[in-house]
Design a protein around this ligand. Structure first.
Ligand code: PLP
Length: 379
């Protein structure tokens, strides 16, 4: 059976360019800290990759710290102690939007009692007045972490406004740009710290970046015991994965986004005609590749399995890392009731999606919904 993979926000399939770059690097397979020629070749790959990622992030190569992924990069960024322009700074509080990825909501190296959630509106957009008020009454310097785009709904946050407010209050702004990276030009993203991940853009698993765009800032390492990454992240670099990531960055040409947007719109037009289907966050600016649909009266788990049996891979809006369907904290923060949220299905498109995939997925969803409704009326 033909498989249709529409779960690019979970992981985007490996791009051929990334696979080729990884295989070439694996065949060399040397330690980039070694001084011999083999080591220097690995070093070259890593520094070339650093330049590619820095370019895409609109920053200097020195700003780029390679990590094992975005989860680690976020944990590295969210620390109560940093150095700013040579002086130690301590953050007593961390403010995060209520719709962040769990690896931000957990607060990194902050104690649970130091982490405060800023509410969002019914479209999932951060309440800027609440952020301003919370920062105003925080006392002392604050660290703020707000994502660029939500992984479940695709809703974009007003990061420029967040950056302005945080600066006015003397804080530091971290932005988890994992879902926006490769899907829009983020070279002008005005955040002190930016996180991106490789496997969301068709690069390999196990590599991500924290970019310290504010060049006066220094982060305390999370992983110690080696001088790699300018003493900011110890451990032998994963040169093949890093080379694969860079190849994916270079291949993620923004012109593919136009086509993806067109297909996403066609998908939404198709599903909007189905009975009881609505689109979460539809009033807001969203990622060009994401549709979180709410299917009235049909459980996401049933729909997921029904779609999978027809060859269509999607995820539940509330799929948690264990693979089970749980309550979505994102939809809860948007005020979506548990009944409605139980029917949330995320379709996310990417570099290898075709118009045939879109048409077949709409038809498969139509069959799943109509069978579920038939069963309900027979019961
Ligand atoms: N942040 C966001 C917004 C994500 O969507 C994800 C992955 O689901 C992560 C962070 C974690 O990324 P990684 O798998 O690279 O650790």
């Amino acid at each position: 059976m033909r498989r249709i993979y529409l779960d690019h926000n979970a992981s985007s399939p490996l791009r051929p360019s990334a696979r080729d770059a990884m295989i070439a690097a694996l065949e060399k397979g040397m330690n980039a800290s070694s001084v011999h020629d083999e080591g220097r070749q690995a070093r070259f790959l890593i520094e070339d990759a650093r330049a590619a990622v820095a370019d895409a992030l609109g920053t200097d190569a020195e700003a780029v710290i390679f990590t094992s992924g975005a989860t680690e990069a976020n944990n590295l960024a969210l620390t109560p102690q940093m150095t700013l322009s040579g002086s130690d700074v301590a953050f007593e509080k961390l403010f995060v939007s209520a719709v962040e990825h769990p690896c931000v909501l957990e607060g990194g190296r902050f104690d649970a009692g130091q982490v405060f959630q800023v509410p969002v509106n019914s479209n999932g957009i951060i309440d800027l007045t609440a952020l301003e008020d919370m920062l105003g009454s925080a006392g002392g310097r604050a660290l703020v972490s707000v994502m660029a785009a939500n992984n479940e709904t695709g809703v974009l946050q007003p990061v420029e406004d967040v950056a302005r407010i945080v600066r006015e209050k003397g804080g530091i702004f971290h932005c988890d740009a994992v879902q926006l990276f490769g899907r829009a030009d983020i070279s002008g993203l005005d955040a002190d710290l930016v996180t991106v991940s490789s496997h969301k853009i068709g690069g390999p698993f196990g590599v991500g970046v924290l970019a310290v765009r504010n060049r006066g800032l220094q982060i305390r390492p999370l992983i110690r015991g080696g001088g790699q990454e300018r003493n900011q992240r110890a451990g032998t670099e994963n040169a093949p994965a890093i080379a694969g990531f860079a190849a994916a960055v270079r291949s993620a040409a923004l012109d593919e986004i136009g086509e993806i947007t067109y297909m996403r719109d066609a998908f939404e037009t198709g599903v909007s005609d189905l009975p009881g289907v609505s689109i979460a966050g539809s009033e807001a600016c969203r990622l060009p590749n994401t549709s979180l649909i709410l299917v009235d009266g049909v459980g996401a788990e049933t729909a997921l399995i029904g779609l999978d049996l027809q060859g269509v891979a999607v995820s539940s809006g509330s799929a948690c890392s264990s693979g089970k369907v749980g309550q979505s904290h994102v939809l809860a923060a948007m005020g979506v009731g548990t009944g409605t949220a139980a029917g949330a299905l995320r379709f996310s498109f990417g570099w290898n999606t075709t118009m045939d995939d879109i048409n077949d997925a709409v038809r498969a969803l139509e069959r799943v919904i109509s069978r579920a409704r038939d069963r309900q009326s027979a019961a």
